[in-house]
Design a protein around this ligand. Structure first.
Ligand code: 13P
Length: 131
């Protein structure tokens, strides 16, 4: 499965901790990320992560393009609901594209845990069939 991860600045440490906790299952999948998120997680976990540009440089749109082509099987996007972001419309577009292609998406750690456990159980194997 292709897993994309993105975290706003205030949620990056949470993303690092999440990826440390689930390093085992994540390592059996292909991962990609926006620039800073990917760099921080790769350094902390040793996971191989394809990193795109930084979010503010268009990295989120590079991931959006892959989602639009249905090339991503899961998006974990830890958003900060408290701080307004200049590229907020891009964030909404990411979620919209996930809905277009039925791509499982988590915007907080509670849902991300459910998705990861589902991934481990094989609940997302249908993605290989429909993609
Ligand atoms: O801002 C982001 C997504 O909107 C995240 O980008 P970075 O991982 O490069 O900080």
């Amino acid at each position: 499965m292709n897993i994309a991860i993105i975290a706003h600045d205030e949620k990056k440490e949470l993303m690092v901790q999440f990826c440390i906790a689930y390093c085992g299952v994540l390592s059996r999948n292909k991962m990609c990320a926006t620039g800073t998120t990917g760099k921080m997680v790769a350094e902390a976990t040793g996971l191989e992560i394809q990193t795109f540009l930084g979010g503010s440089q268009g990295g989120d749109q590079q991931i959006a393009a892959r989602i639009a082509c249905n090339e991503i099987d899961m998006l974990i996007f830890f958003r900060d609901p408290l701080t307004p972001k200049p590229h907020e419309p891009n964030d909404m577009n990411l979620l919209r594209l996930c809905d277009m292609h039925n791509i499982p998406v988590a915007t907080n750690i509670a849902t991300a845990e459910v998705l990861i456990h589902g991934l481990e159980r094989g609940d997302l194997d249908w993605r290989d069939i429909v993609r």
